[in-house]
Design a protein around this ligand. Structure first.
Ligand SMILES: [Zn+2]
Ligand SMILES: [Zn+2]
Ligand SMILES: [Zn+2]
Length: 366
């Protein structure tokens, strides 16, 4: 029996939903998952009490989200004119949210993973009456402080440039490893390359011995995690002086790579290889740590550095007798049996093994 499947129709609908057609696997095209992504992009109304968090970040069904209030009340005309005066959107479990919670739920709260930064707002102006429109709202500063995003807690002039330079794309990318599912449209669409690109990239990376030119990790056995980067940003300039072999982690840290996200298990693979190959030296310097850690831990690392702690080990395996490896925290001090972890369950797990662990959110809030 011959089974005919109309893939064209499938692709058309996948494309219509804004999903990417790269990295295609049958399991990935799950109707329910795509429906959640499409719904989340439009925005889903939530009850503040049911808001989920992951290491202090807002989440919905395993995806990273932001929260905003569409109703701008009496100030709607002003907000449409000067969006920076509008109600801020939230990206973390900040104290403003606590305050809103205790005031009760009088407002409509919407979560979304739309990264355009443009929000649908409405309200009733005492003079002009009901109005609605789009506004580029600003991020909540308490959220940036909560996460020590890019070192925001330090204050000083750096603070305002972090706020002014904030983009949702970069923010979501920073924390992509913390979430179970990455919406498919966030993956690189692969447009703009020359036709022979696959071949050029393949032979270029082979010439570089499948080694990242930045962190020196060798990915000969995980070739998909090594990319060929265009230094000048022009995807058609394939001069070898314009190409650089970079592991996915070093690649996403390049400027102008806002939407390049990395999955948790891929980051773990890269850290494991770096460790095995001695790229992640034991007790290196803070500079080295900041260069090589998963960017989701940058805020907490900058805080520890400012508090004067010695540089931690990155992605060291913690062993417990015959149980083998029980956890691989991003930041730990094996000699002192101390580690920074994400969940209460991980704290307990390490405590039973004679370690002392602290939550990322605890360090950020002290
Ligand atoms: Zn906030
Ligand atoms: Zn690298
Ligand atoms: Zn690149």
């Amino acid at each position: 029996m011959k089974i005919r499947v109309d893939f064209d129709a499938l692709w058309r609908s996948v494309e219509m939903m804004g999903a990417s057609d790269r990295d295609f696997r049958f399991s990935a095209v799950n109707k329910g998952e795509l429906a959640i992504d499409a719904e989340l992009e439009r925005g889903i109304e939530v009850d503040l009490d049911n808001l989920e968090t992951t290491s202090g970040l807002l989440s919905y069904q395993g995806r990273q989200v932001l929260l905003y209030i569409p109703d701008q009340g009496r100030r709607i005309s002003e907000v449409l004119e000067s969006p920076e005066k509008g109600k801020k959107f939230h990206v973390a479990e900040c104290n403003t949210l606590d305050a809103m919670r205790s005031r009760g739920r009088f407002e409509r709260y919407v979560v979304t993973n739309d990264m355009s930064g443009v929000f649908s707002v409405s309200g009733t102006d005492p003079v002009a009456g009901y109005q609605e429109g789009k506004a580029e709202l600003c991020v909540c500063k308490n959220c940036l402080k909560f996460l020590n995003y890019q070192g925001y807690q330090k204050g000083g002039p750096g603070k305002s440039s972090i706020f002014e330079g904030f983009t949702l794309e970069r923010f979501f990318k920073t924390y992509s490893t913390r979430f179970r599912s990455l919406p498919s449209r966030f993956t690189d669409r692969g447009g703009g390359y020359s036709e022979d690109w696959q071949q050029i990239s393949q032979s270029f990376r082979a010439k570089r011995d499948w080694t990242c030119e930045n962190c020196l990790v060798n990915l000969a056995d995980e070739r998909r995690l090594l990319h060929t980067h265009h230094v000048d940003g022009n995807k058609r300039n394939n001069e070898s002086s314009n190409l650089k072999a970079l592991c996915v982690d070093c690649h996403r840290k390049q400027p102008m790579h806002g939407t390049m996200m990395i999955k948790n298990n891929d980051m773990a693979t890269i850290q494991r290889r770096r460790k095995q190959q001695g790229v992640l030296a034991d007790s290196g310097s803070w500079d080295e740590v900041l260069d090589l850690i998963d960017s989701a831990y940058e805020g907490v690392a900058l805080k520890l550095l400012r508090e004067g702690h010695p540089a931690p080990e990155v992605a060291a395996d913690i062993l417990d007798g015959d149980k083998g490896v029980i956890l691989t925290p991003e930041l730990s001090w094996p000699a002192k049996k101390r580690a920074i972890v994400d969940t209460g369950a991980q704290v307990q797990l390490l405590e039973t093994a004679g370690w002392r662990a602290q939550l990322v959110t605890q360090v950020l809030q002290r």
